[in-house]
Write a protein that binds this ligand. Structure first.
Ligand code: C5P
Length: 415
């Protein structure tokens, strides 16, 4: 039972489907979960705070500023709620609440604790409203944004609606919601083929020094590599993350090595060639570096200036060239021209087991942004086309394919 001792935060907004939530609370409590409830003002028109607090055995929160403050925690509750929760389910989620979550408005406890929820915790959104409202352009746009930014949207079912009409908009029954929450908090690391594997990931840009104050670099933020590191740790892998200069916190449980130049990244990677099971090159490594690093600051004495560049080592190829049969090499191929053939060639040239062809449009996929569009090509030339996804979700899908490769390799070696 995955719900035992799990902290489940339930957010109720003002829709008629709120009448199902007391039953949901009973089901979650029965399975051993700790349940706390946050409500919007409108939700209290449909279900009373007394009912919710009696069943959850916890006070119900609504306002960020309650009428009286008795303990210090009262005025930081919007933060402690987000830290406490192992999962946050918002059911029912009305069009208004969905819009607030999308825009980052946090004027009540429900929306504020949504923002303070720890980044890797499941955010489950159960929209429930009239069919016309659900299919409206604004609701669909907001749900699509939430889905691309780490939320799981559980689409409403079709059936009788409170408006008297029949259509899409019904929130799933409490038993189904409890199962979805149960699945979301399950510790999947034991089932994963990555459990106990050693994974090395390169991430971010590199800096190639011209003189002591200037360098050549690129726009890579490191977000894709960091998302892969967090997802691999959650599946029970031991992860070493070799990163160029980025502004990202280290995911929990990841062993991080900071480097600056490609040569430093190459040196750090070499230390792990033998011990690692999977090497993922997600770094946007500079292909060239200045041939000479000038000490001090170059003066602007002439109208033009030439910098002589030399090739950098290829970190990923360095690994894949010497890898054994049981090690996997995974790379990225960022293209501005949209040519899958280049990715296929990279797979062969760099002796990879998997390549992620990364489209670059400067808006939804590529550097800096939180979303990505990847097409994965594995060593059997099988293509896995992924839609526009958050980098977190794209990382999960990439790891799924890596797990499939591990399974098929194992089968072949067992035969
Ligand atoms: O050759 P190209 O830069 O297009 O290949 C991209 C892939 O190779 C990425 O996975 C990147 O991390 C890796 N790479 C590397 N060292 C380099 C250049 C690229 O590891 N010097």
């Amino acid at each position: 039972m995955s719900l035992k001792d799990k902290n489940i935060l339930l957010g109720i907004s003002g829709g008629i489907a709120a009448y199902k939530i007391p039953i949901l609370i009973r089901l979650l409590k029965k399975q051993g979960a700790n349940v706390r409830v946050v409500v919007t003002e409108a939700a209290t028109r449909f279900v009373t705070e007394l009912t919710l607090s009696t069943l959850s055995q916890e006070p119900v929160c609504k306002d960020i500023f309650p009428d009286s403050f008795s303990t210090r925690d009262d005025w930081t509750r919007h933060i402690s709620m987000g830290e406490w929760a192992d999962a946050y389910a918002i059911a029912p989620a009305t069009a208004n609440t969905i819009a607030k979550l999308t825009a980052g408005v946090c004027d009540d406890m429900l929306s504020a604790s949504f923002i303070t929820l720890r980044p890797n915790k499941p955010r489950l959104i159960f929209p429930a409203m009239d069919g016309e409202m659900f299919s409206s352009a604004s609701v669909q746009r907001n749900l699509s944004w939430l889905s691309q930014n780490g939320c799981t949207i559980i689409n409403p079912e079709s059936g009788d609606l409170a408006s008297g009409q029949c259509g899409k908009g019904r929130m799933p029954e409490p038993e189904a919601i409890a199962n979805i929450i149960d699945e979301a908090v399950k510790d999947k690391s034991h089932d994963s083929k990555l459990c106990g594997k050693s994974v090395v990931i390169t991430a971010g840009p590199t800096r190639e020094k011209i003189d002591d104050v200037r360098f050549i670099s690129n726009y890579s933020s490191g977000k894709m590599g960091f998302a892969l590191a967090a997802a691999a740790v959650a599946r029970g892998a031991g992860v070493t993350l070799i990163t160029g200069p980025v502004h990202l916190p280290t995911p929990d449980g990841v062993d991080r090595l900071d480097v600056e130049s490609t040569e430093e990244m190459d040196l750090a990677a070499k230390q792990h060639y033998r011990s690692c099971d999977i090497f993922i090159g997600a770094a946007a490594v500079a292909d060239y570096r200045p041939a000479n690093h000038v000490a001090g600051k170059i003066k602007k004495n002439s109208k033009t200036m030439e910098i002589n560049l030399v090739r950098n080592p290829d970190v990923l190829t360095g690994f894949s060239k010497q890898k054994t049969l049981h090690q996997l090499a995974v790379g990225f191929c960022l293209e501005t021209e949209g040519n899958l053939q280049n990715a296929r060639e990279k797979l062969t040239q760099k002796k990879l087991d998997l390549v992620a062809y990364n489209t670059f449009d400067g808006k939804t996929s590529g550097f800096e942004v939180d979303t990505n569009i990847l097409t994965l090509i594995d060593k059997n030339l099988e293509i896995h086309e992924l839609p526009l996804l958050s980098k977190k979700e794209a990382a999960e899908r990439m790891l799924n394919v890596i797990e499939e490769l591990i399974s098929s390799d194992k089968k072949t070696s067992d035969e």
